[in-house]
Design a protein. Structure first.
Length: 305
């Protein structure tokens, strides 16, 4: 396998199937467990389930893969990195999220009773719905969804929408035309005097209070690390990723520490995420979390708490 594929394997595990230059993996961006995630070194990646797709450079960014990880082999891999990260026009790929539009048939969430009640059941008060600008979307299959818009400098750069009925497929839909690796939901609303709690999804972020943010997955991209580092104050950030994302947590800790940003980790019990954990237990874990030293990180890796 090439250095590019080897770097992907280190993040996603062994491929489910290999055919010529195409490798199939378990998708890291949705609840797929059947290997619908296709990776090709020349063409990029595509998931048949959640429809995530992009050029090879975007996958490197989403998975937080560095130049050193791809070039960690023969000298000719320097050319590989250049080829993966430069567009056909010869320009380095952009590192800013593009503006997107909301779908049609969208209203304020608190104005549509079934969506408002769903949000309330998920512990999102009407005031919080208003404050965050949450929307109700009646999609093309006439299923109502709670939509979370993501704004940067008053520009809509991304959105995700969760079906309010159980069993609806796909459970989540999201904006196309932008790159979620360049977005951090709710970042513009955080108070820098408090730690920023970095979570995978919107509901997990809401469970962590006003300073909870969402990175749309288990991997903290380089762009997201930079955005969070700029927004963080003296308390820094706390990683509150799901219990199955321990490797990604340690990767992100190293990146923040490399930038001199105070960083801690809230390691959740097995099978838990912030939204499913008892609220009192979660609150205690958040309040007691502290920035980690290099020695602390080594002890955590060894299971010495």
């Amino acid at each position: 396998m090439s250095n590019f594929i080897n770097a992907i394997v280190k993040k996603l595990g062994q491929p489910i199937h290999i055919a010529d230059d195409e490798h199939r993996f378990i998708c890291p961006f949705c609840d797929d467990n059947s290997g619908h995630f296709y990776v090709n070194e020349e063409k990029g990646f595509f998931c048949q389930r959640c429809m995530e797709r992009g050029r090879p450079a975007r996958l490197l960014e989403l998975l937080g893969i560095t130049k050193a990880e791809v070039e960690g082999g023969p000298p000719e891999t320097a050319e590989l990195w250049r080829r993966l990260t430069v567009t056909p026009e010869g320009e380095v790929e952009k590192t800013e999220a593009r503006e997107v539009e909301l779908p049609q048939q969208v209203w304020n969430s608190w104005a549509v009773p079934v969506v408002r009640e769903y949000a309330l059941r998920r512990n999102v008060s009407e005031w919080r719905q208003y404050q965050l600008g949450l929307k109700a979307w009646n999609d093309r299959n006439h299923e109502y969804r709670l939509l979370f818009p993501d704004y940067t400098n008053a520009t809509l750069v991304y959105w995700t929408a969760r079906a309010i009925r159980d069993g609806v497929k796909p459970k989540y839909q999201s904006a196309t035309g932008s790159d979620k690796a360049m977005c951090v939901w709710n970042l513009e609303n955080v108070n820098p005097e408090w730690p920023i709690y970095v979570c995978e999804g919107n509901f997990s972020a809401l469970s962590c209070g006003p300073n909870g943010v969402a990175i749309y997955g288990k991997y903290v991209s380089r762009a997201q690390v930079e955005m969070l580092s700029k927004a963080a104050g003296p308390q820094g950030v706390r990683l509150v990723l799901d219990s199955d994302a321990i490797d990604m947590t340690f990767d992100a800790i190293a990146r923040f520490q490399g930038l001199g940003v105070p960083v801690g980790a809230v390691l959740l019990p097995s099978g838990q995420d912030p939204d499913s954990l008892d609220k009192a237990i979660l609150a205690d874990m958040l309040l007691s979390s502290q920035p980690l030293s290099l020695t602390d990180v080594d002890r955590l890796r060894l299971g010495i708490v």
